[in-house]
Write a protein that binds this ligand. Structure first.
Ligand code: NAD
Ligand code: 0WE
Length: 265
């Protein structure tokens, strides 16, 4: 029996089989967790359907949800409430900034609109989903998990306004953890190293970043969505019952390095 047997999870953020959220779903299903999914729009429905089927989940538990819409967020929990009395785990694996925000200098690229959109979709959405999920999560040993990136803390070229949004997201994790702790709900983040997903495709210089991680991280490699999934399963299970408000790095150790020497110089 898996260590998540009897748990029910809602996973937000599957766009393809390479999504970090798909790695999380794999690990949850393997450990015996039942899973409902949302999908951003109709274009992504068939992908999410395939994943749900492959993992032997109930394909009626798929709900459309663009996180910029309060109505769609409310409709998710209304729909889910017809199938489940409550649930235990909410996974938020969503991030977006308009593409032009993620290239060039920080000052040059940032706009009021780019700031608003990136913070709305990448940070506010965690609070919005937690708020709407709360009535169905109360009374369980609940857990909420989000995905962040180290550019919240340290400057990464081109990540620009997304770094600010991730800083806000990490602070949101702490405020949620303090507020929901007394209700028995834990709230944590995983800070993942760079992984080649849809959100990374087409970002100029991404290959260079992966090459750098292979040279500069203590484990001399990048991380996989399976590794992020396994840590997610731990953090959302009762094995992590004493952990809340934390950001756990799954980055092959890259974040600990203060300076890195080129091996052949
Ligand atoms: P991905 O493209 O597979 O997932 C991003 C998800 O965000 C998609 O499912 C997309 O549908 C969803 N999304 C975007 N805008 C949305 C909206 N308005 N409403 C609802 N959903 C929306 O990429 P990923 O790399 O798996 O990203 C998942 C999370 O992991 C993001 O928060 C990302 O910042 C974070 N992260 C990624 C990496 C990486 O290198 N890939 C590293 C660290 C953290
Ligand atoms: O969080 C992310 C990706 C976030 C992301 C990606 C896109 C691409 C498509 C947000 N918005 C968009 N908008 C799009 O139109 N990562 C941690 C991966 C990532 O993205 C980077 C990185 C890394 C690492 C962007 C610039 C520099 C480094």
């Amino acid at each position: 029996m898996g260590f998540m047997a009897g748990k029910k999870a809602l996973i937000v953020g599957v766009a393809s089989e390479r999504s970090i959220a798909s790695g999380i779903a794999d690990a949850f299903a393997r450990e015996g967790c039942e899973i409902a999914f949302t999908y951003q729009n109709e274009k992504l429905l068939s992908r999410v359907q395939k994943l749900s089927e492959r993992l032997g989940q109930d394909t009626d538990l798929l709900f459309p949800c663009d996180v910029t819409s309060d109505d769609q967020i409310d409709a998710v929990f209304e729909g889910l409430g017809k199938k489940w009395d409550g649930f235990d785990i909410l996974v938020h694996s969503v991030g977006f900034a308009p593409r032009e925000q993620l290239a060039g200098g920080f000052v040059e690229s940032i706009t009021r609109e780019g700031f608003a959109i990136s913070h709305d979709i990448s940070a506010y959405s965690l609070a919005a989903l937690a708020k709407a999920a709360l009535p169905m999560m109360e009374g369980s040993n609940g857990a909420i998990l989000t995905l962040t990136y180290n550019a919240a803390l340290q400057v990464v070229p081109n990540y620009n306004v997304m770094g600010l949004a991730k800083a806000s997201l990490e602070s949101c994790v702490r405020f949620l953890a303090a507020d929901l702790g007394p209700k028995g709900i834990r709230v944590n983040a995983i800070s993942a190293g760079a992984v080649k997903t849809l959100a990374a495709a087409g970002i100029s210089g991404f290959r260079k970043m992966l090459n750098y991680a292979e040279k500069a991280s203590p484990l001399r490699r990048t991380v996989t969505i399976e590794e992020v999934g396994n840590t997610a399963a731990f953090l959302c299970s009762d094995l992590a019952s004493g952990v809340t408000g934390e950001t756990t790095f799954v980055d092959a150790g890259a974040n600990i390095m203060g300076m890195v020497f080129d091996e052949d110089s």
